[in-house]
Design a protein around this ligand. Structure first.
Ligand code: URP
Ligand code: ZN
Ligand code: ZN
Length: 463
């Protein structure tokens, strides 16, 4: 009657134990050792880890940005996510300045309709609250549509950046509703001044993208937005924390018991200026994303912060652009390089290798930062993010011994390069179930395109 995953090792954020998992329809029916096989389709999972499907809460699919559009649409981006063991993404609907947020919601639902391969939610990236904040009630309307997190940019002046008053007004409303404000924290105007000077000095190559965005500009913005959230009584979540300086600000806020949370991304944990930039020609453009790669000394503190719950989540900020015809828009002027990199397919592999295998985090913490905490913070728990009776059967059957080399030649994302090219990992997806349906087997997506559902998210938890 159901599908029985037999003999695997189940991992949750608090325990690792031998147990069978019975799926019936779209949900998990039972989790315990020794479930009778009679009447069920049996899948032998001996030697495998059985974990909740990954949740990547930071993707930019089919998003117009930097004079072009991110290279993965909903079909390609969510297919690549599934192949890499992620069964839920939360993508950003981006409000156009001068237009209402509901319009962005409609546009993003249309982008995903008939295309999403796995379940997905939306954050709203707020760029305009209308004259004198006239559109603030749109926040309430969107919460009713299941958008319970609102992103603001303190960077990209003239494009996406909002001022402190707008942030404060938004926070006053989200705090009433219990919704969350997600923050791209960088001091955009100061960075623009540094960029202006660099260009005037003829520093136009892609490495200068990284060198003109100091970690202190990130830390200053985190500090400021924490102060604004304290004034408004709001919960905040700092996205893509890339440096020790910024992380320390999150840590300081949490020490004061403020409702401040944060994520880092795979690229900041395993790549650095020293190891990955400074390449000849225009190659460094592959690593132009924002915040930029940092000096290697930041990696240790970020791993530690993730392990010790200073940061709660690891995401990818998947915002892919092809090298050949998109990154090259910035030849001769790094400010014209579309900002973003591909990664949604590799998060689970890289976190398993560099986190679990290399002793930086336990298996339980791996599950916490890749699935359970994202589900809790973003209002999807216990439907998503856990292997438990009653939850959606979003299940990852993970072979901890499988060896794999990351390469653009074989990845599913629509980019002609990988920022993790040549990285070797041990541990990879064997099968993926999404709401009880086998969607990945043999490294291929075997589900139907468009089967993914929009997630009407509830108000999340503060962790
Ligand atoms: O470079 C990036 N990260 N592009 C996407 C937009 C953002 O800032 O998250
Ligand atoms: Zn950002
Ligand atoms: Zn982003």
């Amino acid at each position: 009657m159901g599908t029985l995953i037999k003999g695997g090792t189940v991992v949750t954020s608090t325990a690792t134990f031998l147990a069978d998992v019975l799926m019936e329809g779209e949900t998990i029916r039972e989790v315990r050792a020794g479930i009778d096989t009679a009447g069920h389709t049996v899948l032998d999972a001996s030697g495998m880890l059985v974990m909740p499907g990954g949740i990547d809460v930071h993707t930019h699919l089919d998003m117009p940005f930097g004079g072009t559009t991110s290279a993965d649409d909903y079909e390609w981006g969510t297919r690549a996510a599934a192949i890499g063991g992620t069964t839920t993404v939360i993508d950003f609907a981006l409000q156009t300045m001068g237009k209402r947020m509901q319009e962005a919601y409609t546009v993003w639902r249309a982008k995903s309709e008939g295309k999403a391969c796995i379940d997905y939610g939306l954050h709203m990236a707020v760029t305009d609250l209308g004259e004198d904040g006239a559109w603030i009630d749109d926040v309430d309307a969107l919460v009713r549509e299941g958008i319970t997190s609102f992103k603001i940019f303190m960077a990209y002046p003239g494009v996406l950046m909002v001022d402190d008053a707008t942030i404060f007004h938004l926070m006053q409303r989200t705090s009433k509703l219990g919704a969350l404000v997600c923050v791209h924290a960088e001091n955009g105007t100061v960075i623009d001044a540094i960029v202006h000077d660099a260009l005037a000095e003829g520093k136009t190559g892609p490495l200068y993208h990284a060198l003109t965005r100091p970690t202190v500009a990130e830390a200053e913005a985190v500090h400021r937005v924490v102060a604004l959230s304290e004034l408004a009584g709001a919960s905040v979540y700092i996205v893509h924390v890339s440096s020790e300086d910024a992380m320390r600000e999150v840590e300081a806020a949490r020490k004061r018991a403020l409702p401040v949370m944060g994520e880092t991304c795979t690229q900041y944990l395993v790549l650095s200026i020293e190891d990955d930039m400074g390449k000849p020609g225009f190659e460094d453009a592959k690593y132009v994303f924002t915040p930029p790669l940092r000096e290697k000394k930041n990696q240790g503190p970020l791993w530690k912060a993730l392990g010790e719950d200073v940061l709660q989540v690891v995401s990818t900020d998947h915002c892919p652009f092809r090298f050949a015809d998109q990154k090259t828009l910035g030849v001769g002027n790094f400010t014209k390089i579309p900002n973003g990199g591909p990664g949604v397919e590799n998060r689970m592999q890289l976190m398993f290798q560099h986190g679990v295998n290399e002793g930086r985090m336990s298996l339980e913490r791996f599950v916490a930062v890749t699935a359970e905490a994202p589900a809790k913070i973003f209002g999807m728990y216990p439907k998503k993010g856990v292997i438990a009776a009653g939850s959606d059967a979003d299940i990852l059957i993970w072979d901890p011994k499988a060896e794999y080399t990351i390469e653009a030649a074989t990845h599913s994302m629509h980019t002609d390069y990988s920022i993790f090219e040549g990285f070797k990992v041990t541990g990879n997806v064997r099968q993926v179930f999404s709401r009880g349906e086998l969607v990945v087997e043999g490294g291929k997506f075997v589900g139907a395109v468009g089967r993914g559902r929009y997630l009407q998210r509830a108000i999340g938890e503060t962790l």
